[in-house]
Design a protein around this ligand. Structure first.
Ligand code: AMP
Length: 283
């Protein structure tokens, strides 16, 4: 693994790989890496000659200052984790000044994918995501970019952006990596106490149970079941649970409306509280 902090250093390394005909994969992250991130890096390493892992806590995608301030970050630990994978990895950890020499005033808008759910509760969040991801695409010019289905809505928004800008790269969605009790791995889990982490496992438990229920129940019955089951747990509070078409992210009121139906949830957990997102595929 090589660690670089500037666009110039990164592009010099990538030029070397390109001259010998190599392909490049990009894994955008905000650091505090865990096994979920590593699964994306490993996939990219299998499919490309070199993998760029960007580690950048992007301020423009945080609509809540406190959330940004307490977001975990440990570049040294991240590099050690990446080192365990061996192979051709470039860790790109730029400063805010390096990524935003001037304020980024660009506006991206891909409704309804970016206006519902996370878009509604975190105004400006996906605009910030599109700003940083489009910049990374311009800098790295990857052949493939890897995104976790953990952030299900983010993939839908990024796909819309790639289509709208006609960017010549492939978006590769990767499955959610979970703890053995079902809790989706997340950098924000580090902000939970051990007890709260156990409590948080009830989110995926309820989602999994609701999938069994879906065969014999209506969409609204399934929705009510999930919200009630999770809110019944002390320390959990559902912000929203939407059952949507997996591509357009438009709400579905009947299972027959789509052959790609996904339930997306955000739950407040614990004393801070920490906002946890997860999803389940029904069809
Ligand atoms: P983040 O650092 O949270 O912005 O995440 C960087 C990338 O890793 C995003 O594409 C996430 O969806 C992905 N990711 C985060 N957690 C997981 C997980 N548990 N399983 C798979 N991918 C994940």
């Amino acid at each position: 693994m090589v660690l670089v902090h500037t666009v110039e250093e990164l592009q010099a390394l990538l030029d070397g790989h390109r001259k010998s005909g190599g392909t490049a994969g990009l894994v955008p992250t905000m650091g505090a890496l865990h096994k979920g991130h590593l699964s994306l890096v490993e996939r990219s390493m299998r499919e490309n000659d070199v993998t760029v892992v960007s580690i950048f806590l992007n301020p423009t995608q945080f609509n809540n200052k406190k959330d940004l301030e307490r977001y975990p970050s440990d570049l040294e630990a991240d590099c050690q984790l990446l080192d365990t994978l061996g192979g051709e990895i470039i860790a790109f950890a730029p400063s805010v000044q390096e990524m935003y020499p001037q304020p980024d005033t660009r506006k991206f808008s891909y409704p309804p994918t970016d206006s519902v759910m996370e878009g509604a509760y975190r105004p400006g969040h996906f605009n910030g995501v599109c700003q940083i991801v489009s910049k990374l695409f311009t800098i790295v010019k990857p052949d493939r970019a890897y995104f976790g289905e953990k952030d299900f809505q983010q993939i839908a928004v990024v796909r819309r952006m790639v289509d709208a800008l006609a960017l010549p790269l492939q978006i590769v969605p990767c499955p959610v990596v979970r703890e053995t009790d079902g809790l989706a791995l997340s950098s924000r889990n580090a902000l939970l106490s051990p007890e709260e982490k156990k409590i948080a496992a009830n989110i995926y438990k309820a989602l999994s149970e609701s999938r069994k229920l879906a065969a014999s129940s209506s969409v609204s019955q399934v929705r009510d079941f999930v919200v009630k089951a999770i809110n019944a747990v002390d320390g959990l509070d559902v912000q929203y649970f939407s059952i949507v078409d997996g591509k357009t992210l438009g709400e579905v009121s009947d299972w027959a409306e789509s052959d790609d139906v996904v339930g997306c949830i955000t739950v407040f957990c614990g004393h801070l509280p920490v906002r946890l997102i997860d999803h389940i595929r029904y069809k």
